[in-house]
Design a protein around this ligand. Structure first.
Ligand code: FAD
Length: 432
């Protein structure tokens, strides 16, 4: 290990104990570095983001938690059932169709338990995990990253010096806010309203716990995600302009109204009993102008998040935490912590596409060309850098969506009127 003149309390600090932070901390710990992780809350704590992708299995193996995740008996996810609001059309996204992933079957998790497993694994590889500790400020000197940390247990604020910081503070965005790096995604200004329910019937057949994704007749959509034997996470996502039209009263009333005017969801929820208060999340779609700088690197939602529609968040958070650790390990070997950069992922086209009626018409059409749909499923299983052939077929899919804009290739399943609430392009806003 290369030594500099500065003295450090630890090699690295990680701010945030979600999947990105713990993945980065575990990976750094596995390489023998001294690491401290600060988490604002005391675990277990609630978090939304419950449905994983096939590629999460690679992260579990790398982090040494595959057996523990399996032993936790989380509901198995083999794919996604897609429905239109009236159930007249729909399809199955089958992850076993994907040849480019190591293991197709993944899970849907109760985040309290899932995040705790990762946090305990960090402790096990030697990370100094400090819960109830809020990183309230950070500074970057030429040879040190300096953190001020407020700890709840003794109400004291401490200064910690490290070689570099992984910012995994999620939407809080410690560094993104400090350096004003965030840009909103104008086409994804959505609001999510959700809760956990019992009494929602599982799917029939051999894969009862797959996620259900229901497109409303307007621009909104529902998720139904089993997260334990009893609990079903149920939520609706609405573009802001549509939300303003529907919202009238409390969040619970808005959610209930959205349920009752989406026929197939109303049917699923006939016997449902709500077990938690209804929660609302908004302003969750943004990117960053840069993902690494002098003695800092962003991982997971602290850098960017697009939209929950394809359940990408946690799997990407783990991947980016592992990548951040590899980047910092290389930087330490070279004793060079100048700006390092992650490869930019290109998922935006799919997510933004979902909020257009033409994409939905093609996506939900009863008979899409098999080969093309299979290539789409490869991306949706989390394989962001697929083979050239799969990329070509994905271009063909978006070609069909473009044609649908001019000619009706397939039945028009979704409303086009201005009140359907589809977002329209406007200039991106930089967030302070
Ligand atoms: C409505 C909705 C539905 C979603 N559904 C899914 C889904 O089905 N599947 C999926 O994969 N993803 C989903 N996501 C996304 C998912 O929630 C996130 O992408 C994922 O949690 C990101 O992990 P992370 O570790 O980057 O951040 P987080 O999980 O948010 O973790 C950040 C941690 O940092 C801590 N923290 C914050 N600030 C500080 C600080 N200053 N000091 C110390 N600690 C701090 C927080 O307490 C938190 O524990 C959804 C998101 C939304 C909004």
């Amino acid at each position: 290990m290369t030594m500099t003149k500065a003295s450090y309390d630890f090699d690295f600090a990680v701010a945030g104990g979600g999947p990105a932070g713990t993945s980065a901390a575990i990976s750094l710990g596995q390489r023998g570095h001294s690491v401290v992780l600060f988490e604002r809350h005391t675990f277990p704590r609630f978090h939304i983001g419950e449905s994983l992708l096939s590629t999460a299995n690679d992260a579990f193996a790398a982090l040494g938690v595959a057996e523990r995740i399996e032993a936790a008996c989380f509901p198995e996810k083999w794919g996604a059932r897609l429905y239109t609001h009236d159930a007249r059309s729909g399809r199955y996204v089958d992850f076993t169709d994907v040849r480019e992933v190591t293991r197709p079957q993944t899970y849907q998790v109760c985040r309290q338990q899932f995040d705790q497993i990762l946090l305990e694994r960090a402790r096990e590889v030697g990370v100094d995990v400090r819960e109830g500790c809020d990183v309230i400020a950070c500074e970057f000197a030429p040879d040190t990253a300096i953190l001020d940390v407020a700890c709840r247990v003794d109400a004291a604020t401490r200064r910690v010096r490290v070689r570099a910081l992984v910012d995994a503070t999620g939407r809080g965005g410690l560094i993104a806010r400090k350096f004003n790096l965030r840009t909103e995604e104008p086409l994804l200004a959505n609001i999510a309203i959700f809760s956990h329910y019992t009494g929602v019937p599982r799917l029939e057949g051999p894969r009862p716990d797959d996620i259900r994704l229901i497109a409303r007749s307007d621009a909104g959509w529902f998720w139904l995600i089993p997260i334990s034997k009893e609990l079903m996470s149920v939520g609706v996502v609405l573009p802001k302009q549509l939300y303003r039209k529907l919202a009238n009263g409390s969040a619970e009333e808005t959610l209930n109204r959205a349920i009752s005017d989406t026929p197939i969801v109303a049917e699923f929820m006939r016997e449902a009993r709500r077990e938690w208060p209804v929660r609302v999340e908004k302003d969750f779609s943004y990117s960053a102008s840069t993902y690494a700088g002098h003695r800092w690197i962003l991982a997971g939602d602290a850098g960017s998040f697009l939209d929950p529609v394809f359940s990408t968040g946690v799997s990407i958070a783990m991947e980016s935490g592992i990548e951040a650790a590899a980047e910092l390990h290389r930087a330490l070997l070279k004793n060079n912590f100048s700006a390092a950069n992650f490869a930019a992922f290109s998922r935006r086209q799919f997510v933004v596409g979902f909020y257009t009626p033409q994409f939905r018409d093609v996506f939900f059409s009863p008979e899409p060309p098999d080969l093309i749909f299979r290539s789409v499923v490869t991306i949706l299983a989390g394989k962001w850098n697929p083979s050239l052939w799969t990329r070509f077929l994905n271009h063909m899919f978006f070609g069909l969506v473009s044609i649908q804009k001019r000619f009706n290739l397939t039945r028009l399943n979704f409303r086009r009127d201005p009140d359907a609430g589809y977002p329209t392009e406007r200039a991106p806003k930089t967030r302070a």
